[in-house]
Design a protein around this ligand. Structure first.
Ligand SMILES: [Zn+2]
Length: 301
C-alpha cells in the first residue's frame, strides 16, 4: 500500500507583517477555513487597522481582545463581546433581556419607522443598546451594565434607562459593586424628550446608590459622548477610560464652530481628560479585569 504525504496548510500565526499567499483554488485547506479564490478577499477574515493600516488576521485580533497587535489601537466592540471579555466564564446572568421600546412618538425618519428600526437592529444584534446582569469578575460578584454600540449607536432611550436603574436597584439590594461600560453616541433622538429624561433618571439612581454606600466603577470606552457622558458615565466613584477613547459631550467640530477657536491637540481623548482630571486612570483592555478586581478589594466592597 502506498502512503501519501500531505503537506501542512500554511501557518500564519508567527508571521507578522507578511503577506500570505492563499492557495488559488483550494476551497477548504487554509487554516481550516473555507476560502474563495484569491481574487476576492474573504469577507471578515482580514481587517485593516484604522489606526496603523496594517492588514490583520481577524482570529488574532479576536484573541488579542480586539486590540491591534501592531499599534495597540482599541477597537470598538459590541455589548455581548464586552461581557464575554470581562466576566468569569459562564457567570453572566442577564436581567430584563426582552425589554423593548414603546415608540411613544411614533417616530419616523427618512421613511423608516422607529418601531421597524428597532426590530431590524434587534434581529441583527440580539440585544438592545444595553445589557445588564449579575456576574463574577475574578471571583468578585458584581452588577454589570454594558452598552451595545451595535444597536442604534448605543443610544440611550427608555430601555437603557430602565435596565440601568434595575441594575442599580439590584446592586443596592444585594450590596454588589456596580460596573458600567459606556460606549454610546448619546441620547436616542427617536424617543425625543423621553430619552433626555433618562439622563435625570439614571443620575438619580446613582445618587441612591451613593446614599446606600455602594461602589460604582464607570468604564469609558470609545466613544462615550452626548447624554451618556453628561449623566451616569461621569458619575463613577472611579472612572476608568480605555486608551485613546473619545469622551465628550458635543463633537469637536461643533465646539470649534461654536466658540471659534482652535482646539488643543488630543482634545476629548482619554489621555487629555486624564491630564485635566476628568478620569482617574487609563487602563489597557487586557488589564481591565485585574484592575476592577483590585479596585473592589481596595474599596472593601
Ligand atoms: Zn493598528
Amino acid at each position: 500500500m502506498r502512503t501519501i504525504k500531505v503537506s501542512k496548510p500554511i501557518n500564519n500565526k508567527n508571521k507578522k507583517n507578511t503577506v500570505v499567499k492563499m492557495p488559488a483554488k483550494n476551497k477548504t485547506s487554509w487554516d481550516g477555513y473555507s476560502i474563495k479564490p484569491r481574487k476576492e478577499m474573504p469577507d471578515g477574515l482580514w481587517l485593516a487597522c484604522p489606526a496603523c493600516q496594517h492588514m490583520l488576521y481577524r482570529k488574532i485580533v479576536d484573541k488579542n481582545l480586539n486590540v491591534c497587535p501592531e499599534c495597540d489601537a482599541h477597537f470598538r466592540i459590541d455589548g455581548p463581546t464586552r461581557v464575554k471579555q470581562l466576566v468569569d466564564v459562564g457567570s453572566f446572568e442577564e436581567i430584563l433581556a426582552d425589554l423593548t421600546s414603546l415608540d411613544p412618538l411614533q417616530f419616523e425618519a427618512r421613511g423608516v419607522k422607529y418601531k421597524d428600526r428597532i426590530k431590524v437592529d434587534d434581529d441583527a444584534k440580539g440585544c438592545e443598546a444595553m445589557l445588564t446582569g449579575k456576574a463574577f469578575i475574578r471571583g468578585r460578584g458584581v452588577m454589570l451594565a454594558v452598552m451595545n454600540f451595535g444597536f442604534l449607536g448605543g443610544s440611550m432611550g427608555m430601555v437603557v434607562g430602565e435596565k440601568f436603574c434595575k441594575a442599580v436597584d439590584q446592586a443596592i439590594e444585594e450590596s454588589l459593586p456596580l460596573i458600567v461600560v459606556s460606549c454610546s453616541g448619546g441620547a436616542r433622538m427617536h424617543e425625543g424628550v423621553v430619552s433626555l429624561g433618562q439622563m435625570a433618571k439614571t443620575s438619580a439612581a446613582i445618587g441612591k446608590l451613593d446614599e446606600a454606600g455602594g461602589l460604582f466603577i464607570s468604564i469609558l470606552s470609545d466613544p462615550t459622548t452626548g447624554g451618556v457622558s453628561a449623566s451616569f458615565a461621569m458619575l463613577g466613584d472611579i472612572i476608568i477610560a480605555e486608551p485613546n477613547a473619545l469622551i465628550g459631550f458635543a463633537g469637536p467640530r461643533t465646539i470649534k464652530q461654536t466658540i471659534k477657536i482652535e482646539l488643543p491637540e488630543g482634545f476629548q481623548r482619554a489621555e487629555f481628560l486624564l491630564e485635566h482630571g476628568f478620569v482617574d486612570m487609563i487602563t489597557h483592555r487586557k488589564d481591565l479585569r485585574k484592575e476592577i478586581g483590585r479596585l473592589i478589594d481596595y474599596c472593601g466592597k
